[in-house]
Write a protein that binds this ligand. Structure first.
Ligand SMILES: [Fe+2]
Length: 245
């Protein structure tokens, strides 16, 4: 059985559609952050409602569904984007139906499931971790191991960093598929992962997709420039780039 793992779609429907149509899979798993940042949240929620086998909420899903301010959950890393993130959260609220908002509100924080006798655990961030903290490529092993020490699962799926990786934590394997809709590693192509339950093979993949419709909609709806920057460059603008835009 081939499992397709996606995360951090952030309202970028054209990226999601490209991955779903081009990567053969038997099961679809989504690690959260579905709606906020790009202008097609409703379409993303619709397709996941219909096709996803397991899905949990991400920080931006929680913020929009529970009427919170993005700036109240932001860390130092993205503090320069606080006002823009509040604006995008507000713009997105007008693009989501009540049914879809209820769907986001009811998503679980974590999922545990079994497929082909393999145990899985999924959570958008690390377990019991604040939204403004990130387990990224440079996270020291002891910190990583501490977060996952009580998790009983062979394979763990996570998201949040927008940067793909596979890490071994004792007898567990942690798979982060990166971001479908808003990669932040300098490669703007849609990012995803697959896991084959028969062979144990893990693949991290990238796909190029057409961005012109998204670009045009961002402009027409008045989204802040960080969305355009990230769509084109595959990385969020730093403070100097954002101030000069
Ligand atoms: Fe995200």
């Amino acid at each position: 059985m081939k499992i397709l793992i996606v995360s951090d779609i952030h309202g970028n429907y054209h990226a999601l559609d490209c991955v779903l149509k081009n990567v053969r899979h038997d099961k679809l798993i989504c690690c959260g952050d579905i709606a906020v940042d790009y202008p097609f949240p409703e379409q993303c929620i619709d397709v996941l409602m219909d096709n996803c086998d397991h899905i949990c909420f991400g920080n931006s899903d929680y913020i929009i569904a529970h009427d919170q301010k993005a700036s109240d959950y932001i860390g130092k890393k993205y503090a320069h984007l606080a006002e823009d993130l509040n604006k995008v959260t507000e713009l997105t609220r007008h693009l989501i139906s009540q049914d879809s908002m209820a769907f986001l509100r009811e998503l679980p924080q974590e999922c545990r499931f079994e497929l082909d006798d393999i145990s899985f655990y999924m959570n958008h961030t690390g377990p019991n971790m604040p939204f403004n903290h990130y387990l990224d490529l440079n996270t020291p092993y002891p910190e990583l191991a501490k977060y996952y020490q009580d998790i009983q699962a062979e394979i763990i799926f996570t998201g949040h960093t927008h940067i793909p990786y596979v890490k071994k934590i004792r007898d567990k394997v942690l798979i982060n598929p990166g971001s479908v809709g808003e990669p932040r590693d300098g490669d703007p192509r849609a990012s995803y992962a697959t896991f084959d339950t028969s062979t144990g093979q893990i693949e991290l993949g990238r796909l190029e997709y057409e961005i012109s419709n998204t670009w045009q909609a961002l402009k027409e709806l008045g989204y802040p420039s960080y969305s355009l920057h990230c769509l084109k460059n595959g990385v969020l603008p730093d403070k100097s780039e954002n101030d000069s835009s």
